[in-house]
Every structure is written in C-alpha cells, then in structure tokens.
Design a binder for this molecule. Structure first.
Ligand SMILES: *Cc1c(COP(=O)(O)O)cnc(C)c1O
Length: 457
C-alpha cells in the first residue's frame, strides 16, 4: 500500500481542553448574548473561531525567542527578520507593526484620502474598515464564480479583469492603488493565480497605479499555485513565492496567520520614498522603526515561522488537514463551499438552514447550533460581518451567508476534525426544526460582529 501523508512534526507539549454538557452550553451561549466572541475559552472544546494567532509554535521558534535582541534601536532580531523577508519576498524595506491591521493603518495613512476608491478582490474586513474609516470606498472586483458556493474553479480569489478595467477607466483619478488579498479570506480562503496577478499588474501599469498585496496567507496561496496552475507544477515554493511578490509595490502582512506566531504584523515596501512616508506613521502609531510594537523575541519567532511555513511538507499537511474536514462534512451532507479553502472550511448557511430568514442571520444561527451541539466555536461570515451600508444605514446582504471553520496551524488532530464533522452532521439532521434565528439588541457602528448582542427571534 502507498503510505499516507502525515504531519511532519510531533507534539512536545500539550494543552488540556475539556468538553461540556449541552445544558451548560445552552446557558453559556445565552450569557454570551449569542455572540461567540463573548464566550470564555474554557467554555469552548474545539476553537475554530479563527486561524489568527492560534497556531502552535515550534521548538525552533521558542529557541529563537531566547536569542531575541531587545535593543530599542538597531536590534539584531530586526536585521535578521528584514533579511528573511527580503529573501522570501524581495521587498527591501520593512516596518514591523503590532498586527496586520496596523500595517494597513500605517500604509493607508500615506496613500488614501476621502473620496478615494480602492479596487481589489473581496477586501478583508479590517482592510475595508480602514478604507471606509477614511471615507473612501472598497470596490470588490472578484470574479463572479467566487459568489457561487458550488462552482468549482481553481482560483476563486481571482480579480475580474473587465470589472477592474472599467473601474479604472471610470474613476482613474480617485484610485491610489489596487489591493490583492492572497488567499482571499472573505471569499472562502480561495487562492489567486499568478497569471491573474500578472494580468492585474499589466492593467495597473497601463493606468500608472501601484499594487499592494494583503499577504497574510501568502504561503498557502503559493501552495495552491503549485498544485493548480500548470505552469508552476512542482516548482520550488520559494521560487513561486518570489515571483508572486514581484508584481507588488508593497505588502501588508498579519504575522498571525502564515508566519505561525501569536501576534505581529509587517509592512514591507519596495520604494525608499514610500518607506520614508510610512515611517512617520509607524513611529507615531506603532513604535520605533526596528520594533513597531513587537518585542525583539517576537521578531525572532516571526522570522523562524516564515521559514517553516514555506516548507512544502508543512504546507501539504496543512492543506490536507483542512481538506480532510471538508471531505468528511461533504460526505455527511453538510453544504460546504468548494473547492475547500486553504485555512478553513466554509458552510453555506442558506442551504444548511433554509427556513431561517436572512433578516434573522442564518449563518450566526448555524454557528450557535454548532456550539450547542459540540462546544465548537466558529465564525459568522455573513450579514452580521457585512455591517450596514455607511450611507443608507441598511443591512448589507452579502452574496454568501457562511459559517467559517478556521483551522489553527499545527494544533488539532484528525480525531478533532472527525468530531467536528459529526457535530455538523447532527445539526443538519435537525435543520428542518430550526425555523427562526436571532435579532440584534445592540450593535457598534463599525465592525459590529465583534461586540453585537443578540436574542432569539
Ligand atoms: C487577519 C487578516 C488581516 C488583519 O490582520 P490582523 O493581524 O488581524 O490585524 C488582514 N488581511 C487578511 C487577509 C487577514 O486574514
């Protein structure tokens, strides 16, 4: 028999987690005002809320932390991180930040003014938040296939070139740059092909516009390129990654995803002038240029994490674990988004709970049911997250109403994945009895899903 592929690592320390009774969970979710963000983590058995900052560090990352240089200026750990980032991405200038959104804040402070329009592929929620906060607009130019949860397309994160071109033709003077998110979190963890990036780059050059990459999951995107884009089949990961970045002028980066650290972000730039402008805001918002809100040991772990996350053996295990969960759920009749994403499985809540009206948040309802069933915490990627239209104040109904099961890196076992799949199957079994959802009791004016309070409708 052919040997199956298994994880290229083993456990050295473990964390105890415990399950709970349905009655306890019923009470806890009510106390949390039906917002899963409000649950204390010890009321959660399997936490798939996010893959952000939840990965397991390696012994080498912990060892690297001991070598961290905590000098305020000129830290050796910074120099080593800058060299690693340059080697991997080709970007010469580096500003550490405390998170990915901080990198957005710093870069956008230099680039965006009120009335601007920022075309891209399904902007991440903090990216959109930082654009709208500046009274500018995020223009979604993702291909139409992305909003069809059953459509099989190898690169559902791709940009629709005709949409992008018409946006540039109609609003040329109000567009400071184009942003591409890889992989595309909001569209289901779907990748963007190099070919698409190259074509977007061609259009951008034609109109004289710079390109920014939101690169939180750059390694997973590069893995999909190697697997699905024939011209790159079997090519070394590092080569694919370098080419991918070569089309961009700047990168905003949340280190909490593919760099497998618990906190941190980066802003990397190709141009000295952009670097100098951004430096002013980095010092103001984040900290001095060589640490930007991170400890020297954080920078050391980040550099090591970047190396590990670009190893093909690691990426294969990572992507296969996510696909395993997706395949099991699919076999149980759970309507999952396909192809499976790189970091998460997405469930189509409109098909899973067809009797819950959109006004009552079917995706949030499904997430609550999964918690009640198995103590599993997931995230709503639907109407709650889409916020209200800033002008009309009405709920925005996105094309997809989804529950995201994000898989932390190197944390859970295959048994955990099987447990999750069965819990989802059990919820599906009683779906025809779930006829109503939730109403909002209180909400914040922006990024409301983090703090919203709900009651059963
Ligand atoms: C997480 C994420 C961000 C924001 O990063 P934080 O570190 O959470 O601030 C931006 N873009 C994408 C695609 C992300 O996944």
């Amino acid at each position: 028999m052919k040997l199956p592929f298994a994880e290229p690592y083993k456990s050295k320390t473990i964390e105890i987690i415990r399950t709970s009774s349905p009655a306890e969970r019923e009470r806890w979710i009510r106390d949390a005002r039906y917002n899963l963000f409000n649950l204390p983590s010890d009321q959660v058995y399997i936490d798939l809320l996010t893959d952000s900052g939840t990965g397991a560090l390696s012994d080498r990352q912990w060892a690297a932390m001991m070598t961290g240089d905590e000098s305020y200026a000129g830290s050796r750990s910074f120099d080593q991180l800058r060299d690693t980032v340059e080697e991997l991405t080709g970007f010469r200038y580096l500003l550490p930040t405390h998170q990915g959104r901080a990198a957005e804040n710093v870069l956008f402070s230099t680039l965006i003014k009120a009335g601007d329009r920022i075309p891209g592929n399904a902007h991440f929620d903090t990216t959109k938040g930082h654009i709208e906060f500046r009274k500018a607009m995020a223009v979604d130019c993702t291909i139409a296939e992305a909003s069809d949860p059953t459509c099989i397309h190898p690169f559902k994160g791709n940009v629709d070139l005709a949409k992008l071109r018409s946006e540039l033709e109609n609003h040329r003077d109000r567009i400071p740059f184009i942003i591409i998110t890889a992989t595309c979190n909001t569209a289901g963890g779907q990748p963007v092909s190099i070919r698409n990036i190259r074509e977007v780059h061609g259009i951008a050059r034609e109109f004289g516009k710079p390109m920014v990459i939101d690169a939180a999951r750059f390694a997973e995107n590069a893995w999909f390129i190697r697997e699905r884009e024939p011209a790159y089949s079997g090519r070394p990961m590092r080569e694919i990654i370098l080419e991918m970045f070569s089309y961009f002028d700047a990168m905003t980066f949340s280190a909490k995803k593919d760099a497998i650290v618990n906190i941190g972000g980066l802003l990397a730039l190709r141009d000295a002038d952009w670097y100098q402008k951004a430096s002013v805001f980095n010092i103001m918002f984040e900290g001095y240029l060589t640490y930007g809100g991170q400890a020297g040991r954080d920078l050391a772990a980040l550099a090591q994490g970047l190396r590990e996350s670009t190893e093909p053996e690691y990426l294969e295990a990572r992507i296969q674990q996510v696909a395993w969960l997706g395949q099991r759920m699919k076999e149980f009749g759970v309507p999952v988004l396909e192809p499976f994403g790189g970091h998460a499985i997405f469930v189509d809540a409109l098909r899973a709970l067809p009797l819950v009206s959109r006004e009552q948040f079917p995706a949030q309802t499904l997430a609550i049911e999964l918690y009640k069933e198995g103590g599993i915490r997931t995230a709503e990627i639907g109407t709650l997250m889409a916020d209200r239209d800033p002008i009309s104040g009405q709920n925005r109904y996105p094309a997809l109403e989804m529950v995201r099961l994000a898989i932390p890196r190197r944390v859970y076992s295959q048994n955990h994945m099987d447990y999750v799949a069965v819990a989802a199957a059990n919820v599906m079994e009683r779906a025809e009895k779930i006829t109503s959802g939730y109403n909002i009791v209180r909400e914040a004016p922006i990024l409301r899903h983090f703090t919203v309070e709900l009651e059963p409708a």
